[in-house]
Design a protein around this ligand. Structure first.
Ligand SMILES: NC(=O)c1ccc[n+]([C@@H]2O[C@H](COP(=O)([O-])OP(=O)(O)OC[C@H]3O[C@@H](n4cnc5c(N)ncnc54)[C@H](O)[C@@H]3O)[C@@H](O)[C@H]2O)c1
Length: 428
């Protein structure tokens, strides 16, 4: 057992009655740690990118894990080059991350494996006294969502979702404008992840990757957090509002199988695969305050790369990321959008004011830097996580619930209150 004093220990010993009662800020629960020791589980494309970002900060990386020996070796070389000393590698199969988690010298782990593995690994991490940063999405099933909530609540460990789009400067700016009331009360939001990822469904031999297996095995919105996350933050979800119900509808599935016919010979095994995932899946979500969120997911239609988009409508103004524009009643000219950049300086988030130079070139418009930076700060300070377990599971629950809605003929599905009522208390 790790010798550090954890919040769990404090809670168990009854020494933190004030903390348990919510009187003592979580950030005071344990002393700030300067240098941290991180393990990374899953060092494919994303995990390697996050590893490089972490190595630019004040951390040691003594342990790395991947089921692919080549990926592990690549990551180990990066650590050796950056720090001069070797990390220990874990590559004895899909459950070898458990050996890494048994180490007592790690403060935290980053999980960047295939999406289907995230929940099990993050639950195990918290239950072995590690803080954890999970790549998106957090979970694939409601059972996994609850497993994450219970693990976090019972251990008191920090769980953060690596939702980088929440850090985009224009979205942080819009969030600030919403919070300062410029748009008035919000009634409607539109968001989507529309990004041609057909090539990522297959490896070089034409075998299904984890993304391809997901599209074969599931219908629904399978990647909901890049678009819903920033919108939920703007709407104050879990700060006085929550996602209450959804209904989902899908188009037919055509594009991916068309892609297969174009790229693989008639006798190639890829031609036998049948995909459940539709070309377009649309989800309508309603919040407790009566906001309607209109969400589209499309990973396989032929089109230029776009990525996530976001729009919000308030009673006094509107924002649309596709137009890169904002309109505020009484401030903007009648019937003419203002460019969003017009508001950039006045409503810039302090993270960007202070750290934009450091974030430059870190990936996804600089947002990737802030994910790692904020996670390390959160671990050092003892919380609270800026994208916490409740955010993570509420946003990720769109995956199973949209699938269920489609399977049941587009029926409405209740979204559980994962917070157990805590969403009603506005947080600062
Ligand atoms: N936030 C973002 O912008 C962003 C961008 C890309 C990917 N992602 C997320 O990052 C994750 C990884 O995506 P990727 O593109 O790097 O995929 P990838 O296939 O390149 O990497 C996944 C890695 O996990 C390893 N792995 C799988 N199961 C494992 C296990 N049980 N134990 C240890 N290692 C295991 C694989 O061998 C592989 O090296 C996904 O969840 C994806 O959704 C997020």
């Amino acid at each position: 057992m790790n010798q550090r004093i954890h919040r769990r220990d404090l809670l168990r010993a009854g020494a933190a009655a004030g903390l348990a009662a919510g009187l003592v800020p979580l950030a005071l629960a344990r002393p700030r740690k300067p240098s941290l020791r991180l393990g990374i589980i899953g060092v494919g494309n994303r995990g390697t990118h996050l590893l490089r970002l972490a190595l630019n900060m004040d951390v040691e990386i003594p342990a790395l894990c991947d089921i692919r020996e080549d990926h592990l070796q690549r990551a180990m070389e990066i650590v050796k080059k950056a720090r001069g000393s070797a990390a220990e590698g874990y590559a004895r199969g899909p459950h070898d991350y458990r050996r890494l988690l048994e180490r007592e010298d790690l403060d935290a782990v980053i999980c960047a494996t295939d999406m289907q593995e995230h929940a099990a690994i993050c639950i195990a991490a918290m239950r072995t006294d590690k803080d954890v940063l999970s790549e998106v999405a957090a979970a694939m099933t409601l059972k996994e969502c609850w497993g994450l909530v219970h693990a976090q609540e019972e251990t008191g460990r920090i769980y953060m979702l690596a939702e980088n789009c929440c850090y985009w400067p224009h979205l942080l700016m819009v969030r600030k404008m919403v919070e300062e009331g410029l748009f008035g009360d919000i009634t409607y939001a539109q968001c989507g992840y529309v990004h041609d990822c057909r090539a990522l469904a297959f490896d070089q031999e034409g075998k299904l990757t984890w993304r391809g297996r997901m599209a074969r095995d599931f219908a629904g919105n399978l990647y909901p957090t890049h678009d819903l996350g920033p919108v939920a933050k703007c709407l104050g979800i879990h700060r006085g509002d929550r996602l209450v119900s959804l209904t989902a509808m899908q188009s037919r599935s055509d594009s991916i199988e068309n892609y297969v016919r174009q790229h693989f010979a008639k006798d190639h095994p890829a031609r036998q695969v049948r995909f459940q995932l539709a070309d377009s899946t649309n989800v309508l979500i309603r919040t407790a305050k009566g906001v309607l969120i209109d969400q589209r997911f499309d990973m396989y239609s032929a089109r230029p790369a776009e990525g996530p988009y976001h729009a919000i409508q308030g009673v006094r103004g509107s924002y649309d990321s596709r137009l890169k524009s904002i309109w505020i009643e009484g401030r903007s000219a009648a019937n003419a959008w203002d460019p969003q950049d017009k508001f950039a300086k006045q409503f810039e988030h302090p993270l960007w004011t202070n750290l934009a130079e450091k974030a430059k070139g870190s990936g996804h418009g600089g947002a990737d830097f802030f994910v790692i930076y904020d996670f390390l700060e959160t671990v050092r300070n003892g919380g609270p996580a800026p994208v916490d377990v409740y955010d993570a599971v509420a946003w990720s629950s769109i995956i199973p619930l949209s699938g269920k809605s489609i399977a049941e003929g587009n029926t409405a599905q209740a979204i559980p209150d994962f917070t157990g009522g805590k969403w009603k208390q506005p947080k600062s």
